[in-house]
Structure formats: C-alpha cells, structure tokens
Write a protein that binds this ligand. Structure first.
Ligand code: C5P
Length: 400
C-alpha cells in the first residue's frame, strides 16, 4: 500500500470541513498509514475526538496538558514520531498562527516543534481566503516550505460560492501519496495517451471500445508523483484529471495523433518519454456523414473504413524519438504478440497484459518486455502497477 509504514499526524482545526477529516483519516489508514490525530479545541465543537479515535485506533490529543504523555511533552513526542504533519481543515486562524510562529495550544506548538514536512489544506469563507492578511500568511508559509493543498472553488457552507472549500479527502490523500513518492523522473517531460478513441460515423453514431482509461490515468498520476512534467492526451473517459497533470481532451485517433505529433516534433519538442496507453481505433469511417444516417429501405448501410495512423510507431520512428513505451492488451498468446509488437514498432519497452484478467477491472497482471527480456510484475492494482512501471522506465533511462 502506498503509505505503508508512514506515520502521519493529522491536525484538525475548527471549521465545518472538519467532518471531511474523518473520511480523509479512513483514506490514510486504508493506504497503510499510521495516523495520530491532534485536534484544536474549536475542532471538537464540530466533530468529537471519539470519531477520530475509533477511526484511527489511537487516542486523540487536544490538550497541551494531557497527562497520557508521561513527560508532559506531548508537542515534542507527537511531532518527533511523524513523517509528515497534515492539517486538514486548516482555518485562517491556524494559518495566521503558523505563519507567525505562534504556539498557544497543542497543535500549533507541535507544528512549531516539528522536524518533518508540514502540509495544510485551507478551508474558509472565500472573503477570508482573499483577505490580504490571509494572502500574506499563505505567502509566508510557502516561503517557509509549508505545502499548501488547495483550497478548491465551489459552494461553501455559508451559502457563498468561491475559493475556500477544503480540497476533497480523496484528492488530499492523492497529494500526500504523491508527496512521499520517490522522485524518479524529476526534470523529465512525459507525454502519454490514454482512454479509447471515438470514430464518428455520423453526428450521433460512432465506433469506440471499452477502454476505461484508468490504467493510463494511473500512469499519468504516478509519473507526476515521481516528479515528471506530465501531459496527458486523453480520449473520452469519465475520470478526473490527476493532480499536476496537463490534460488535453480529444475524441478521434486523428485528433490524438495531431496533439501528440505537435508535442514530439519541431522546435519546441522536449518530450523525454512517450507512453502510449490509449486503445486507439485501428480504423475510422472514410467519410463522416454530416447528417444522421437513415435506415436504408430494403438494404444495409455501407460504411467504408480506412486505417488510422499508428501514433506510437510514428513517434518511435522520429529522428530524435523520445523513450517510447507501448501497451499490448491481448486476449491470448500474450508473450508472442507483445514481443512482436515491440519489434514491429521499434520501441524499447512494451507492457503486456491479458485482457480477460485486467480490462476494466481493478487488479492487473502485467509483464514488461524490454531488451533484457521479460519481467512479470506481481498482480496488483493499477496504481501499484503504474508506480512499478515508472520505476522501470526511470531505471532504463538511467542506463541509456
Ligand atoms: O498495434 P496495437 O494497437 O496492438 O498496439 C498497441 C500499442 O500501440 C499501444 O501502446 C497503443 O497505444 C499504440 N497505438 C497507437 N496508435 C494506433 C494503434 C495503437 O499509438 N493507431
């Protein structure tokens, strides 16, 4: 699991979003982290410590003078035992205090005494967030190396709309996982394709496939977490854009081809790695009917198909080609087909997976094929497979 062995202090301060900290806590423990919750007195007005205690399996601390810590140095004991402190929600008051080194309760004191990274997820009314005093405090915190996650824009508990909503627990969890990920690809530009393509036949019909895009999005996420600058050219999928990823939406193979080629060719081509994960349609209708096709009386419609460009093969054939990685989703003869594809497309690495075991599902069994031979990865979720793939790519790049 992504946060196995990580010790996190989860600070909860007094804002309505404190209820979301319970979901965040579940996510953190679910990812393998050991979490110690510390609340401000105001936070206990919104959610009781009992909730966090039950979810973390640890006593919750609120008070500086808690006698459960034998040497009365809760602030030192708690901050020393953490790999990171995450404060979510972080109120305007908490940010102000932290920016100025004020320490008048357990959470602010342990934050001042920390020797580990501090991440904050601000949550407040939009006017409070925009107030020049808060802006100054957020700047000061950034200069001190505090990582600010959010806030997001949207509806607020006060009925107003704007910047100040706490980033959603799932996104905060992802940011924290990204924060701890080894930075294998710092300074590298990675371009990838993901999802299906949709080849129109007429204004309402077309040909597509069942690719969910999840493997591609997992690789985009893992690459960004590994420090790469990631651009994701995506076919139509119902997935949120991973944090710190630039996403370009396309529909057809031709659009995908154009967006990819413009980024790997020409003067501003700076792509180091190209990962082709999209399930690109092999064929498209030669002509897209401008009008909806009508049922032909007494006959079947005739649609002529033409071949789509092979994006991966074309990129791999460029003079200064980036390091190219392909995917081979096969329903049989995985090894033979994957090896053949690697050779035919002249790419250094191909990821093979048997689709009956992985297409659309959560668990994947994949084998990596490169110059050194085949490397089966243990069966795992897409996020884990993506992380291992990124590590393998970084390793091969290092050897180049
Ligand atoms: O040729 P095949 O579709 O089996 O190869 C799969 C690999 O090639 C995948 O990495 C896929 O993203 C890429 N591909 C491509 N453009 C196509 C067809 C496949 O980039 N037109």
């Amino acid at each position: 699991m992504e946060l196995n062995g990580k010790r996190i202090v989860l600070g909860v301060t007094g804002g309505v979003a404190a209820y979301k900290a319970a979901t965040l806590l579940r996510g953190l423990t679910g990812a393998g982290a050991k979490v110690q919750v510390v609340m401000t007195a105001a936070a206990t007005r919104f959610v009781t410590p009992v909730t966090f205690q039950a979810l973390s399996g640890q006593p919750v601390f609120v008070d500086m003078w808690d006698t459960r810590i034998s040497d009365n140095m809760a602030h030192i004991a708690l901050s020393r035992s953490a790999d990171a402190i995450l404060v979510a929600p972080a109120t305007a008051d908490f940010l102000a205090k932290t920016a100025h080194g004020q320490a008048d309760d357990l959470l602010s004191t342990l934050v001042l005494a920390r020797n580990c990274p501090l991440l904050v997820a601000p949550a407040m009314n939009r006017q409070m967030w925009e107030n020049p005093a808060t802006r100054r405090n957020v700047d000061l915190l950034a200069r001190d190396g505090v990582i600010c996650l959010g806030p997001d824009a949207g509806a607020q508990a006060c009925g107003e709309e704007g910047d100040g909503r706490m980033r959603e627990p799932e996104a905060l969890l992802e940011s924290l996982i990204g924060f701890f990920a080894p930075k294998f690809l710092t300074g590298k530009k990675l371009l990838l394709t993901a999802g299906p393509t949709f080849e129109a036949i007429d204004p309402v019909r077309g040909i597509t496939n069942l690719s969910s895009g999840r493997m591609g999005y997992a690789v985009a996420r893992a690459a960004a977490a590994a420090g790469a600058e990631v651009t994701l050219v995506s076919g139509p999928v119902a997935l949120p854009t991973p944090p710190d990823v630039t996403r370009i939406d396309v529909r057809s193979a031709l659009e995908m081809h154009a967006e990819v080629m413009r980024r790997v060719k020409g003067s501003d081509a700076g792509t180091d790695i190209f990962v082709a994960i999209a399930a690109v349609a092999d064929y498209r209708a030669e002509r897209i009917s401008p009008q909806k096709l009508k049922k032909a009386a007494g006959g079947l419609p005739e649609i002529r198909f033409v071949e789509n460009p092979d994006i991966l093969a074309e990129v791999a054939a460029l003079p200064n080609a980036p390091f190219c990685v392909g995917f081979a989703a096969e329903s049989e003869n995985l090894e033979t087909y994957a090896r053949q594809k690697r050779e035919r497309k002249h790419i250094p690495l191909i990821v093979g997976n048997l689709i009956q075991e992985g297409f659309g599902g959560d668990e994947n069994r994949v084998i990596l094929f490169d110059d050194a031979g085949s490397h089966p990865l243990p069966v795992a979720g897409k996020a884990e497979i993506a992380r291992q793939l990124i590590e393998h790519i970084a390793h091969l790049l290092e050897k180049k």
